[in-house]
Design a protein around this ligand. Structure first.
Ligand SMILES: Cc1cc2nc3c(=O)[nH]c(=O)nc-3n(C[C@H](O)[C@H](O)[C@H](O)COP(=O)(O)O)c2cc1C
Length: 177
C-alpha cells in the first residue's frame, strides 16, 4: 500500500512523533510505501470557509496542503498522529484536516484505510473520550476503513514508563496493516 502519515506535534522528537516513527518502521518492514507529512513544520493556512473550492476544486491558498491532498488521493491508507491538546487533535493537524474540505468528496469516494494514534499526559478515563468520539464520526463521514487506533494515555513525555508499551504497539500496528 501507499500510506500517508500526517503528524501534528511541534515536538520533532516528542511522544506522538516517536509513535509515528515506530508505526512507519513496521509499515516499511511489511513492504508498504510511506509518505510522512509533519503538519507542524509545513505551511498550512487555516481554512477560511470562503467556499471558493465548493468542496471540490482548487483552494485559494497555494501552500503545502495541495501536495498533501494529492498524496492522500494517490494513497491507500491515511494515518493520523496527534498529541492530545484540550481533549482533541492539535491545531496543527486539525488545520490540515479542515483543508480536506476542498477535496472532500474525492476523499470520501476513496474508501481509504486509516489508523489513528494519539498521546496524552493524563491517564484517566476521560482524557481520550473527546477524541475517541471525534475519530468515530470522522471515520464514518470520510468513509474510512479503520485498521487500528492507539490512544496512548499517560504518555506525556519521552521516556515515560508507558513508552515501551506504546512503541511496541505502534510498531505492531504498522507491521499489521
Ligand atoms: C496546548 C496543550 C494542550 C494539552 N492538552 C492536554 C489534554 O487535554 N490532556 C492531556 O492529557 N494532555 C494534554 N497536553 C499534554 C500533551 O498531550 C502530552 O504532553 C503529549 O504527550 C505531547 O505530545 P508530543 O510530545 O508529541 O508533542 C497538552 C499539551 C499542550 C501543549
Amino acid at each position: 500500500m501507499k500510506i500517508v502519515v500526517l503528524t501534528g506535534s511541534p515536538h520533532k522528537n516528542g511522544t506522538s512523533n516517536t509513535l509515528a516513527s515506530e508505526f512507519i518502521r513496521g509499515a516499511l518492514e511489511a513492504g508498504h510505501e510511506v509518505l510522512r507529512f509533519d503538519t507542524a513544520f509545513l505551511k498550512i493556512h487555516s481554512c477560511i470557509g470562503c467556499d471558493h473550492c465548493g468542496m471540490n476544486g482548487p483552494c485559494v491558498f497555494d501552500d503545502d496542503m495541495p501536495k498533501i491532498l494529492d498524496a492522500i488521493l494517490d494513497s491507500d491508507m491515511l494515518v493520523f498522529v496527534t498529541p492530545i491538546y484540550y481533549f482533541g487533535f492539535s491545531a496543527q493537524i486539525k488545520g490540515a484536516i479542515d483543508r480536506f474540505y476542498s477535496r472532500n468528496g474525492q476523499i470520501q469516494r476513496k474508501h481509504l484505510k486509516s489508523a489513528f494514534i494519539a498521546t496524552a499526559w493524563n491517564n484517566d478515563n476521560q482524557v481520550m473520550q473527546g477524541i475517541e468520539k471525534h475519530i468515530e464520526i470522522l471515520i464514518d463521514y470520510l468513509n474510512l476503513d479503520n485498521a487500528g487506533m492507539i490512544l496512548a494515555k499517560g504518555y506525556g513525555y519521552v521516556g515515560a514508563s508507558t513508552e515501551k508499551h506504546y512503541m511496541d504497539e505502534a510498531y505492531r500496528l504498522g507491521k499489521s496493516v
